[in-house]
Ligand binder design. Structure first.
Ligand code: ADP
Length: 631
């Protein structure tokens, strides 16, 4: 029987799919093997979905209880078929799943892939969940014949990947009894995938640990031979699992191609019994900063996949990949019930503690690999400092910093408090959005002169945790806020000898600047924290740090910005010279006062308050230094 032509419908791919297909076919060709992994992964997911539905409706599984994936080679017909007896797709599901893209990450994917160089593109496919379409890297036509579990009818989807696909009823007798058959009509240059040994090697390497057995049939009519046993890797004893097995499994569940930076595999026994296998990736997943901040730890109950939406780990550990398999949760637990279950709460606590504990061990025992983990995920871990007070101490132990003393390496808070200076009462920090600018900030001068270490914080999240932080009995204090309290800490170098009392002339100048700037500043005062620069801005003691204030203002969360304090270096040659000017130079001194304020704003990464006035003043002052007179 052939397909009933009258019921055939032809449809166009959604615009995004068409664009994606075009990209996949034309720019992502360097590692084409990934299509096998993608199709097997879909087939395994389909089997796991069926296993889950069969808990409530065992009849779905009964007719053919052994779930499996079969790959058929047809050398003469140049066809490769990946078949599963999983959940299958109905007519509508076929159109929905294989004609549109449901993932919000797709736009990001397309941008990345357009920018990707060479081989990177192929490594992106799996991550972004556009796996099925990768079949068009090797096939000039793809047919999908599918029967939804429990349904009488079967459907065929076909496409050459060039903008359109068709859907029609499939001949019932030749369609799978249940599940999906994906038939690839291979392109000329993809014939190597018809070679049994090539295929077997790829399947074993990429998908050897999917939780469904895989067999290859090397020509039509031949007997299937098993190439992967479908045993759950995580349920095996650790001693039976090689590093390579762990890596292969990591790659098959994440779709990433990197090596895991850390593998955490343990069985909890006692009150609650479960197994966890978790990985810290060695590269950042593309959706790390998506607003939904979703994690990707899968929940299994007695080897049955339940959901990857259970939020087993807190959001600040969303970069951890892997699974938890519980022996105690009921199999028929609904996804909604999970969140209220005390067993689940105990699993969450147990797995979270273990992940943080293993991170701490890595931090202590292997600084070099921990530095890589920190570089990738430190900014995410820091979110825990204000979201998870209970674990703040554990998180403090994981923090690493660039500081004025760190050079190329990283410093911990323990390192910091171990090298406190005499009379130092706080842990000093400077927040900003650009590490290079932080390093040269004038606010650091007085601290450097005294050898007082300052944490340099350039992650956007830093402003939010640091103000309330405390470690080893020492509060954190911004170097751009309040008085610097440095007078009691001796200066290292004799040349920068302790400041003499601010002279009367400088005090008069400061009073003059304050009067001139009026409402624009909260105060003008002599500075302890400057040694080389003439001026800087600081926030007053109360209220937010300047960086936090800028963040709040840009998010529209601040109605009136607090006025900054202008600090003046009483030892700076220019300040001393300005202070020595006669009173009849007041026009010039007024210009100078405004310019000093604008200079401090520029050093903070801001603009002068008024660009036109700034340039007029600058021109007048320059003219005067050139001996001219411009009014
Ligand atoms: P992803 O697997 O990341 O969702 P794909 O493009 O690979 O993205 O697949 C799209 C959808 O097509 C899947 O989510 C699934 O609903 C459906 N699908 C693909 N292959 C199969 C299959 N073998 N059995 C059942 N459904 C499938």
């Amino acid at each position: 029987m052939t397909i009933d032509e009258t019921q055939q419908e032809s449809r166009a791919f959604e615009a995004d799919v068409a664009k994606l297909l075009n990209l996949i076919v034309h720019s992502v060709y360097s590692d084409r093997d990934v299509f096998i992994r993608e199709l097997i992964s879909n087939a395994a997911d389909a089997c796991e979905k069926l296993r889950y539905e069969a808990i409530a409706n065992p009849a779905l599984l009964d007719a053919d209880p052994a779930l499996r994936i079969t790959i058929l080679i047809d050398p003469d017909g140049k066809r490769l078929t990946v078949e599963d007896n999983g959940i299958g797709m109905s007519h509508d599901e076929l159109i929905e799943a294989l004609g549109t893209i449901a993932h919000s990450g797709t736009r990001a994917f397309m941008e990345r892939i357009e920018a990707a160089q060479g081989g990177e593109g192929a490594t992106l496919i799996g991550q972004f969940g556009v796996g099925f379409y990768s079949a068009f890297m090797v096939a000039q036509q793809v047919d999908v014949v599918s029967r939804r579990a429990g349904a009488d009818d079967a459907w065929q989807w076909s496409s050459d990947g060039k903008g359109k696909f068709s859907v029609s009823p499939a001949p019932v007798e030749s369609a799978p009894g249940r599940g999906t058959r994906v038939i690839l009509h291979l392109m000329e240059d993809a014939a190597s995938y018809l070679d049994r040994f090539t295929l077997e090697r790829i399947v074993k390497a990429q998908s050897g640990h999917v939780p469904v057995p895989i067999a290859i049939v090397d020509k039509p009519g031949a007997e299937p031979s098993e190439v992967a046993d479908g045993a759950a890797l995580w349920a095996k004893p650790k001693s039976d699992i090689s590093a390579e097995d762990y890596t292969d499994f990591y790659r098959s569940i994440t779709g990433q191609f990197d090596e895991p930076a850390l593998t955490i595999h343990f069985r909890a026994e006692g009150r609650h019994e479960y197994t966890a296998l978790a990985y810290i990736p060695s590269s950042r997943p593309f959706d790390l900063y998506d607003p939904d901040r979703k994690g990707r730890i899968k929940l299994y109950v007695k080897r049955v996949f339940i959901t990857d939406d259970a939020e087993i780990l807190p959001r600040y550990l969303r970069f951890v990949r892997g699974l938890v398999d519980s022996a105690d949760l009921p199999l028929n637990v609904s996804r909604e019930m999970i969140q209220e279950s005390p067993i689940f709460a105990a699993i969450r606590r147990g797995v979270t503690s273990r992940v943080l504990g293993d991170l701490e061990k890595a931090a202590e025992n292997d600084a070099e690999s921990y530095a890589k983990i920190w570089t990738n995920f430190g900014a995410v871990l820091k979110e825990g400092l204000y979201e998870d007070y209970e674990r703040r101490d554990a998180l403090y132990g994981l923090l690493r910093f660039k500081t004025t003393a760190s050079g190329e390496s990283w410093r911990s808070l323990k390192d910091y408090v171990a090298s406190l200076k005499e009379n130092q009462t706080a842990i000093y920090y400077l927040v900003g959005d650009d590490m290079a600018r932080l390093e040269v900030s004038p606010h650091l001068e007085g601290f450097r002169a005294r050898g007082v270490e300052v944490l340099l914080l350039a992650d956007p999240v830093d402003s939010f945790w640091v103000a309330a932080a405390e470690f080893g009995g020492k509060p954190f204090k911004s170097v751009t806020q309040g008085a610097a309290d440095l007078a009691l800490i001796p200066v290292l170098d004799d040349k920068a000898a302790p400041a003499p009392e601010t002279s009367e002339a400088v005090n008069n100048l400061i009073a003059f600047v304050k009067e001139t700037l009026g409402e624009a500043v909260a105060d003008v005062r002599p500075s302890d924290r400057l040694t080389d620069s003439a001026v800087c801005l600081v926030a007053s003691e109360l209220g937010p740090d300047r960086q936090l204030e800028k963040l709040l203002a840009s998010a529209g969360r601040l109605k009136t910005a607090a006025k900054p304090v202008l600090e003046i270096n009483p030892r700076h040659d220019m300040i001393v010279a300005l202070a020595a000017l006669n009173d009849d130079d007041s026009g010039f001194k007024q210009d100078a006062a405004h310019l000093l304020f604008d200079e401090a704003r520029l050093l903070d990464g801001d603009r002068p308050t008024d660009a036109k006035l700034f340039s007029d003043r600058l021109a007048r002052v320059l003219m005067r230094s050139l001996g001219g007179n411009k009014d």
